[in-house]
Design a protein around this ligand. Sequence first.
Ligand SMILES: *Cc1c(COP(=O)(O)O)cnc(C)c1O
Length: 414
Amino acid sequence: MSNIQAQDQEIYEAIEREKRRQAEGIELIPSENYTSEAVMEACGSVLTNKYSEGYPGKRYYGGQENIDTIETHAINRAKELFGAEHANVQPYSGSPANTAIYFALLEFGDTVMGLKLEHGGHITHGLPIAFSGRAYNFVQYEVNIETGRIDMENVRKMALENKPKMIVAGYTAYPRDIEWKKFKEIADEVGAITVADISHTAGLIAGGALQSPVPYFDVIMTTTHKTLRGPRGAIILCKEKFAKAIDRAVFPGLQGGPHENAIAGKAIAFKEAMQPEFKQYAEQVKKNAHHLADELKKRDFKLVSDGTDTHLLLIDLTNKNVPGKQAQDALDEVGMTLNKNTIPGEPRSPFDPSGIRLGTPAITTRGMKEPEMERIAQWIDKVISNIDDKALHAQIKEEVKEMCLGFPVPGIAT
Ligand SMILES: *Cc1c(COP(=O)(O)O)cnc(C)c1O
């Protein structure tokens, strides 16, 4: 960072402070992670200088020999990693990728089924004020409020009633495994296209810790920066028969020049995800989440669906008499970062909901295991049970920092 330091103090200092924050705090936001230094090098490389509209072998600008090599590696590795027939590695991020899928396979106004936001769905799955909800007729399914799980019989009933052209499964705040096969059977009954959004769980699926939708679903989308541990971005995988429509929707339908620096980062991340250590990481993410769930339940925390199958926990704080936002702020103060979240059947407002959402990918990447999960559960409990005790919070902040310094973050010298 010597060049930034010499040239731009404001940005340099903010990045340095951010490094310290990442190194000294416990990252529990389930959609965050730490990429390897190799991935970061690719993102900060000269590839950021190059325009390469089009696809390998079919570009609109000259000088593509190296870019084509890189993007072809990214495509082949994505296909191999997930066992997919076709891969598009150009989407800038998850939201544009979902938009491209809709643009490729639907007409405006077509009926689509997606999970409601307050029940764990993503804004791109039909939130009324979002592009998806404005451009398409989204019919939104829910989880069962009692069990916290998706009620597949109800999904089937809604599908038969609404005859959607597409069914979207895969979520943002859902702690349980997804019944891909059952979704596919329902979609087949009504002739709907199946789209799996595995943004949150792609790393666990690639590492063999969760079931893959690839054998069943038509189209699979994932961000590359969550459990998959790559650079910020996304990919779309699909069956060969949708390949042309998907590629044309990404470029020129929705995007211009792809970010080849990020695509090189994706290629590197996919290679990393094929190594045996990545399987261990995926297993440990799940083990840590289970252990954290058990430790929190011991301390009378109420988990939506009573536990987790994945990397993610959703806690209903109603019995603790602490709203989600206050919990988020107090935990932030002690160096534990997570986010307030709505719970199914949310009685409060989305700006100040009843729950918090947390996950184990980032802390697992740092090497934390079961003993650390126990300490994290203890700290969460202490902070929430003593929400106004500033002295206690200051003491916990020191304990958090001390533990964190024993688990280095890639790219940050401690
Ligand atoms: C994170 C996420 C996205 C969107 O990704 P961005 O890169 O933030 O646009 C889409 N779908 C799901 C389920 C997600 O969790």
